[in-house]
Write a new protein. Structure first.
Lengths: 286, 287
């Protein structure tokens, strides 16, 4: 009986350790959230969501100022990134999961992991060379391309893993009724993996939404809304993570506070996306 | 007869080229069915996984409009052989195949032959029912037609009804064709898988232990169905259930450790086997 008791105690200790490590994971997050809210909440007012930033004088003289152009810019640039990254990332994910025997498969796997681990600022430099130089101007498009480089490897991996969860028998059943392989993947495997695929897009989107480095020499930043909406795509655009950075290194106390508020907005944005991803994976429709 | 009328309909209703090919394929089928008795034939077939020999130098015929049963203990290579008959090993990287598999005298492993065309002629039903999870019953049945671009609603409806009727499932599901395929019971799902295989009008149907995951009642239904289907199709069935092989097959092949030990009329194999191993297996001494 002694040994049984000992095992029960061991079980309790192990469980306790798990709880401790869980809390350790949560503590930094809670501290960051609390700190950000403490410093930034004061700057969150109506004009923060309706006005553009303008010059530092505006904030110092107490005139209404805000980051509406930054929030719109973030959504525009991130969506450009997503639109570019989804087809490429999904294609690569299909190659990884469905064509294991293909010659390019191992090469792709290594390249994809390398791209995923590459410093984000290099992706920004690449987009600078590819888009900004030829176009002669910083642009939302260039920022979107840079973010696409961030999203592609993530989407490729999540696509691969969600397709892998679909039993092989489904593919064989499709082949057995004389469907070509691409059709089997497109019409039987992918619909079955739909929730996993969308979750992957959301995760990639949320990851990219928090990136400042790739945007510094691509979308560059802007204190104003463009005169015409096309300016969001073809002209310099403000984005939250990168605006947060420039507000933080500015010499104005009011801007520092706005930086904290920008962090609240960005964090809420990312949290909403991750919660959406969670909810999506929970609903299984079969 | 209903199939023949349908074939004529296909011809008159449609102008797309893919449908025309299907029609042509069907028509050649009808001609050949009347002339040849040996539908498929394996010649000196050897299948390896890496260096592991799963099927060794196997030769046997598969007769038209007959049920051929493949029996033998686990690991004897019967499923491996069955899967080679419609090139299902193509996706298994380690599998290598030598020898020939003839369908109406033409080698299906000829490099010029597209495996997709072969699989449209040689359908397959698997051990576990495999309805496509996101599709309705209707879409499951017509998947083999719809997903290659046949859009004619009327034709699809007819094919669906005929295939489900042939698979003895129509009466049970006719009021809920739009329900998900996964909502059916295991036995119904297996008949749905059979209906899906029949919908593309194959010439040969391969069945890999189609009743092993089913209860006795569903098993009986599927067996009745097989006997009914052999009037029009050639059927090859892998089974662990010897009584089932004896009940429904016309020819039997006993395989052991990758070798074809004995092949012949089922009656002869079961009542008067020539090889000692066959006799021992059938009488339950091993396996």
């Amino acid at each position: 009986m002694k040994t049984l008791r000992r095992r029960q105690i061991q079980d309790k200790i192990m469980e306790g350790l798990l709880v401790v490590s869980t809390i350790t994971v949560l503590i930094p997050l809670v501290i960051i959230l609390a700190y950000v809210i403490y410093h930034g909440f004061g700057a969150l007012n109506w004009s923060f969501f309706t006005e553009e930033l303008g010059s530092p004088a505006r904030a110092m003289q107490g005139q209404p100022t805000g980051l509406v152009h930054t929030m719109i810019g973030t959504v525009v640039v991130d969506f450009i990134g997503l639109i570019i990254a989804v087809p490429i990332g999904v294609g690569a994910g299909i190659m990884l999961s469905e064509y294991p025997e293909h010659k390019l498969n191992p090469v792709l796997r290594i390249m994809n992991d390398t791209l995923n681990g590459m410093p984000a600022i290099l992706k920004g430099l690449l987009a600078f060379a590819l888009i900004v130089k030829p176009m002669g101007t910083f642009s939302g498009l260039a920022g979107g391309v840079a973010l696409a480089f961030v999203m592609i490897p993530i989407i490729a991996r999540t696509t691969e893993s969600s397709l892998m969860t679909i039993p092989w028998s489904i593919r064989e059943a499709g082949l057995a009724i004389g469907l070509p392989r691409w059709r089997v993947v497109l019409s039987t495997v992918m619909p079955a993996a739909k929730t996993g695929l969308v979750t992957g897009f959301l995760i990639a989107f949320a990851r990219a939404a928090g990136e400042a480095a790739p945007l510094m020499f691509t979308s560059f930043g802007n204190n104003y809304l463009p005169n015409h909406w096309t300016g969001m795509i073809f002209g310099p655009v403000d984005t939250l993570p990168q605006r947060l950075y420039s507000l933080a290194i500015s010499p104005y106390a009011q801007w520092h506070q706005m930086g904290w508020a920008a962090a609240i907005v960005l964090l809420s944005f990312v949290i909403i996306l991750f919660v959406a991803a969670r909810l999506l994976t929970r609903q299984k429709n079969y | 007869m209903e199939l023949l009328t349908l074939r004529k309909k296909v011809k008159s209703d449609n102008n797309t080229s893919s449908v025309m090919t299907t029609t042509n394929e069907i028509e050649t089928t009808v001609e050949k069915k009347e002339t040849s008795r040996v539908r498929m034939e394996a010649r000196n077939l050897t299948i390896k996984y890496g260096t592991n020999v799963a099927v060794r130098n196997l030769s046997m015929p598969i007769y038209n409009e007959k049920v051929t049963a493949l029996v033998g203990p686990s690991g004897c290579g019967k499923t491996t052989f069955l899967r080679s008959l419609n090139r299902m090993h193509d996706l298994t990287k380690s599998a290598s195949i030598t020898g020939e598999v003839l369908l109406d005298g033409n080698d299906i492993y000829d490099p010029k032959v597209n495996p997709v065309t072969i699989r449209r002629k040689i359908g397959m039903v698997f051990q576990k029912p495999t309805p496509f999870p996101t599709m309705s019953i209707y879409d499951n049945v017509v998947a083999g037609l719809k997903l290659v671009g046949i859009r004619d609603r009327k034709l699809l409806n007819e094919v669906c009804e005929i295939a489900l009727t042939q698979a003895a499932l129509f009466d049970e599901v006719k009021d809920r064709l739009n329900a998900p395929g996964g909502s059916l019971s295991g036995g119904q799902q297996q008949r749905l898988s059979i209906a899906r295989a029949l919908a593309i009008k194959p010439e040969v149907i391969l069945m890999d232990e189609p009743t092993s995951s089913l209860d006795p009642k569903s098993t009986m239904k599927i067996e009745d169905l097989i006997v009914e289907l052999k009037k029009k199709y050639s059927i090859v069935i892998v089974t662990h259930n010897l009584a089932q092989a004896a009940r429904i097959s016309d020819y039997s092949a006993f395989m052991y450790l990758g070798d074809l030990v004995e092949y012949g009329k089922t009656k002869k194999i079961f009542q008067n086997p020539e090889d000692k191993r066959t006799e021992e297996y059938l009488t339950g001494k091993f396996g």
